[in-house]
Design a protein around this ligand. Structure first.
Ligand code: ATR
Length: 272
């Protein structure tokens, strides 16, 4: 039995153990996966203990994703671009840091929602860690334009500058919320505003009948962002699929087999 865990503080709320248990059963992989509460000032020590105990990998959640990127002895390209790590693999004496959040987001939008990003106009709301974490995989899909809108304009400018060399043929730019003047094909809410039950002050013209409005948050009921987007004609989607898909990507990184996600996503939705 190969051992894995999810590390955070707090950690009791994590859905990852149930998700990976389903993946393991479905693919016949002999693994264990548990929750691991690391002290706020004890993340590095916790990793050392896990490696010494023969663990094969960990997921990393709040508040350790940045520290995990510093501790890793090697980073994947997408983890380096994200500046954060949500998946660690302990192999061959190395601590490999990866980030599967962007791949999870893209898989949920493209495969599960059936909305291609190639050639589309995409709007990112927010320019913090959640936004940065998914920029590279979105750009890799080849959108026509990617606009980053943020409350603090300077943060959006910095994010755009950081990814300018990775944009390829995509028009990458920053703006203020009030600058938005035409509908986007895909709008991704990567602000933490939904947590507080508020939405970024974006105009109704952001959305049209053809817009997919995606919120990285999820809850039993639609978020205020989803309700606003739906009221202006958009199709909406919350972050539950992204959660399941980032886990599937981590499982694939560790085990080399890709689990099915559709039934699990349905089951988790019905139990929210
Ligand atoms: P996370 O890791 O969740 O991205 P973060 O790095 O602190 O957390 O970033 C939070 C993001 O949500 C930022 O883009 C922030 O905007 P600012 O850069 O202006 O702070 C955005 N945000 C948080 N609360 C918001 C609100 N009430 N309205 C609009 N944007 C908000």
């Amino acid at each position: 039995t190969d051992k894995y865990c999810v590390i955070g503080n707090p950690i009791a709320q994590s859905r990852s153990p149930e998700i990976h248990a389903v993946f393991a059963a479905q693919t016949g992989q002999d693994i264990s996966y548990e929750r691991c509460l690391a002290p706020i000032d004890g993340f590095a020590d916790t990793i050392r203990q896990l490696v010494a105990a023969g663990y094969k990998g960990s997921n990393v959640t709040v508040p350790f994703k940045l520290e995990a990127a510093r501790i890793a002895t090697r980073l994947t390209e997408r983890a380096r671009a994200a500046g954060a790590v949500n998946t660690l693999a302990y192999r061959d004496g190395e601590i490999v840091g990866d980030n599967t959040d962007g791949a999870g987001l893209v898989a949920d939008i493209v495969r599960n929602a059936g909305v291609a990003l190639a050639g589309k106009r995409v709007l990112m709301l927010g320019a913090g860690g959640a936004a940065r974490g998914v920029m590279l995989p979105i750009l890799a899909e080849g959108p026509r334009a990617l606009v980053v809108a943020n409350r603090t304009r300077a943060t959006a400018d910095e994010l755009v500058a950081q990814f300018a060399s990775l944009a390829g043929g995509c028009s990458l730019s920053a703006c203020n919320f009030e600058d938005i003047a035409a509908p986007f094909d895909v709008v991704i809410n990567a602000t933490s505003a939904s947590l507080g039950g508020t939405i970024p002050p974006i105009p109704a013209v952001t959305f049209c009948q053809d817009t997919l409005a995606f919120d990285m948050m999820y809850a039993k009921n639609p978020t205020v962002f989803m309700e606003f987007a739906a009221a202006h004609g958009a199709t909406t989607r919350d972050g539950l699929g992204m959660l399941v898909e980032q886990a599937a990507e981590a499982f694939t990184v560790w085990r080399g087999v890709r689990p099915e996600t559709q039934q699990l996503l349905k089951d988790m939705r019905s139990k929210l």
